[in-house]
Design a protein around this ligand. Structure first.
Ligand code: F6P
Length: 373
């Protein structure tokens, strides 16, 4: 594994912001400087900063006092793909409409930008989109180390991603608060949480918040079953219900609720709106008063939980140690309680969803929670 010793690295954050990003940046930069005396560069705004050659040297003091701070001091972007970068045509060259968008592969320019500054390795902190692009860069000869970020916890290969615990904590607190209105007004309250195509946030926050019904993409629901369950509770004198719905939850034979389609974007579908839709449907079939609360980006904000700070610090430190041992093009993971890594090529294009027989699904069912089936 041992090769030429690395002297200069860059670090970047890609995709949506997430609690714990700064904690990883801090761990990477401090380990790089303290333990290895490396030169460290911070790429601004994810892959966009690489494309536009925007990066700055990071010194020890730049990353002090950021452990508990949400967001990313480097900025991020979830729309810039160097292998398919939009370039608007202004002049309307032959065969093109004036003002139309053309896509170009600008990845070679990114490689040259790093080479010109003498940067020998890139630490990519991100989710599945960031890792898929990182894997493409690895094929071009760049030395990459990935760090698994996302509140959705859907990254393949790791048991957990940093940011997830904070999002679950925020969502569970919101569910606790919604209980007050639900019980005082005898309402059905629906809390819509994020998670994209995976139900991890809904499952964990739902169980932690004692939700009566949890709806996740992996277990398509039957609307009549939800109504039956809610009415059954009313019949037993429980005059309110709490439903936690993942944004990607869908009815059996139905589609996910899309709030916006963005043509040409690497993330072409924005999910959202299942909560209000369910509120109307359940009010219609039960005659009960229903309200929906969409938690949205609140789940990505604020200070990371202690668990996420520790996870982020361990991930950042492990990324550096593995890189300096000569490993490259891997994603750092936490698997069965052990920090290790897997090849980026194995991660690209895959996601981790909730198995139907997951321990927590079984526990939730055992305590009487409905999944709408
Ligand atoms: O991947 C994190 C996430 O917050 C998802 O849960 C959500 O679907 C998506 O990002 C929202 O992205 P944006 O901030 O671009 O609307």
């Amino acid at each position: 594994m041992a090769g030429k010793r690395i002297r200069s690295i860059a670090v970047m954050t890609g995709g949506g912001d997430c609690p714990g990003l700064n904690a990883v940046i801090r761990a990477v930069v401090k380990t790089a400087i303290n333990r290895y005396g490396l030169e460290v560069w911070g790429v601004q705004d994810g892959y966009l900063g690489l494309i536009e050659n925007r990066m700055e040297r990071l010194e020890y003091n730049d990353v002090s006092n950021i452990l508990t701070v949400g967001g990313t001091i480097l900025g991020t972007s979830n729309v810039a793909n160097p292998f398919r970068f939009p370039s608007p045509t202004r002049s309307g060259a032959a065969g093109q409409d004036k003002g139309s968008i053309q896509y170009k592969d600008v990845s070679d320019d990114c490689v040259r930008v790093l080479e010109a500054r003498g940067i020998e390795a890139l630490i990519c902190i991100g989710g599945d989109g960031t890792m898929a692009t990182a894997a493409q860069f690895a094929q071009k000869g760049l030395t990459i180390m990935g760090v698994p970020k996302t509140i959705d916890n859907d990254l393949y290969g790791t048991d957990v991603t940093f940011g997830f615990d904070t999002a679950v904590t925020t969502a569970a607190e919101a569910i606790d608060k919604v209980h007050t209105t639900a019980s005082s007004h005898h309402r059905v309250m629906i809390v819509e949480v994020m998670g994209r195509y995976a139900g991890w946030i809904a499952l964990h926050a739902g169980v932690a918040g004692g939700a009566d019904v949890i709806l996740i993409p992996e277990i398509p629901y039957t609307p009549a079953k939800i109504c039956e369950y809610v009415l059954g509770r009313s019949g037993r004198g429980k005059r309110f219900s709490i439903i936690v719905a993942a944004e990607g939850a869908k009815a059996k034979g139905g589609q996910m609720v899309v709030s916006k389609r963005i043509a040409g974007s690497p993330d072409p579908i924005r999910l959202g709106g299942i909560g209000p839709r369910l509120a109307d449907e359940i009010a219609e079939c039960t005659g009960l008063e229903c309200r929906a609360v969409i938690l949205g980006h609140v789940q990505r904000g604020g200070t990371p939980t202690p668990y996420d700070r520790i996870l982020a610090t361990n991930f950042g430190h492990t990324a550096l140690e593995l890189l300096m041992k000569g490993l490259k093009n891997h994603l750092v993971v936490l698997k069965d309680g052990r920090y290790s890594s897997i090849p980026l090529a194995r991660v690209a294009g895959r996601t981790k969803t909730v198995p139907r027989n997951h321990t927590l699904v079984r526990a939730a069912i055992a305590v009487g929670t409905s999944f709408g089936v």
